[in-house]
Design a protein around this ligand. Structure first.
Ligand code: IPM
Ligand code: MG
Length: 372
């Protein structure tokens, strides 16, 4: 077996703890890898003005894949206030390192499987088995935002767009613009990834999520692209739904759905809903996948109030580890992790606080490792 290079990016708060538990599982698995620590997180924002330092970006260029814990994010003004004095007033702007990694490395697929493991008391219904494909690089996450709005932009929009007239009289500081930018290429590749997954895993249906009845330009393009891509996958059923309606339908009949694909923000929202139906963020795992790199993480954040307590459920991260192994082509190792995790859940003896128990993060890691 090849010796892999894995970037190990614990980040902040409970990120460190859940990765520690995942390490216990990997060590037991005899996964042949070198784990290379990477600096990332709030500490580096405060000390260096950069939560994702260049040396970590360079590390990511060298590795086969990365495991990422979690990061603390704070609003712009508070972020500025926590910088060391030498860095204040320099116009440094905090941007989420995970969003930056996705964009820098073009990790365009955000893959979020949500499966109701048997015996998980937190399951909303039995047999839920959803797979969310979230576009990961564009849409409202493009980072093209204005506040205050420059006069040049106001002038152009006044000229080009009739409805914009209603906003043009506001002072530059009294309105803000965040651009939702979606491309044909970006839409095509995420939708294609969803269909290809469906084909490979024998899934019956892909549901395209949008709001094309109101947000006609961008979501119209997304939906139109989906119809074109579908022609290459005639054996797979496709349907589509508005983002608002799908939240109700998913809750009502989760078993009617299979693979879901959505633009970035709607995918963010719907993937939290799906995670909650299979036990909450302690079970939500995520892969950020591009052509040359995959960064795998739990969907939950750094949970500052639990930091240092070793309370948080590491299953989401351990399952993210399973996704990483799968993506690296280590199918058998991936299956072993999933089987061991499913057994520990089904047995119900070792449970973290979210599962109604009092076991620690590391005890859960050990219990899964012992089952391997
Ligand atoms: C997620 C998270 C991130 C996102 C945050 C932490 C920037 O909510 O991965 O779903 O919005 O993408
Ligand atoms: Mg989210």
């Amino acid at each position: 077996m090849k010796r892999y290079k894995i970037a190990w990016l614990p980040g902040d708060g409970v990120g460190k703890e859940v990765l520690e538990a995942t390490q216990i599982v990997f060590d037991k698995l005899n996964f042949n890898a070198e784990y290379i620590h990477g600096d990332i997180g709030w500490e580096f924002w405060c000390k260096e003005g950069d939560a994702l330092p260049q040396r970590t970006i360079d590390l990511l260029k060298e590795v086969d894949a990365a495991m990422f814990g979690a990061i603390t994010s704070k609003p712009v003004k508070q972020a500025e206030a926590e910088l060391i004095p030498e860095l204040q007033g320099k116009g440094l702007i905090y941007r989420s390192p995970i969003v930056r990694m996705r964009q820098l490395f073009d990790l365009y697929v955000c893959l979020r499987p949500c499966k109701a493991y048997k015996g998980n008391l937190l399951n909303y219904k039995d047999n839920i088995d959803l797979v969310v494909f979230r576009e990961n690089t564009e849409d409202l996450y493009a980072g093209v935002e204005f506040h205050p709005v420059p006069q040049e932009l106001t002038d152009v929009l006044t000229k080009l767009s009739r409805p914009f007239g209603a906003f043009a009289n506001h002072n530059a500081n009294d309105f803000a613009i965040s651009c939702k930018i979606n491309t044909k290429k970006g839409s095509d590749r995420i939708i294609r990834a969803a269909f290809e997954y469906a084909r490979k895993h024998n899934r019956k249906k892909v549901t395209v999520i949008h709001k094309a009845n109101v947000v006609r330009a961008t979501d119209g393009l997304f939906l139109e692209t989906a119809h074109q891509v579908h022609k290459d996958f005639p054996e797979i059923e496709m349907d589509d739904a508005n983002i608002d309606a799908i939240t109700m339908w998913l809750l009502k009949n989760p078993n009617n759905y299979d693979v879901l694909v959505a633009p970035n923000l709607f995918g963010d929202i719907v993937s939290d809903l799906c995670a909650q139906m299979v036990g909450g963020l302690g079970f939500g795992c995520s892969g950020n996948i591009g052509q040359n790199l995959g960064v795998f993480e739990p969907t939950h954040g750094s949970a500052p109030k639990y930091a240092g307590m070793y309370k948080v459920n590491p299953i989401a991260t351990i399952l993210a580890g399973k996704m990483m192994l799968e993506w690296l082509g280590e199918k058998e190792l991936a299956e072993r992790i999933e089987k061991a995790t499913a057994e520990v859940i089904a047995e119900g003896k070792v449970r973290t606080y979210d599962m109604g128990g009092s076991n620690t993060t590391l005890e859960m890691g050990k219990a899964i490792a012992e089952r391997l």
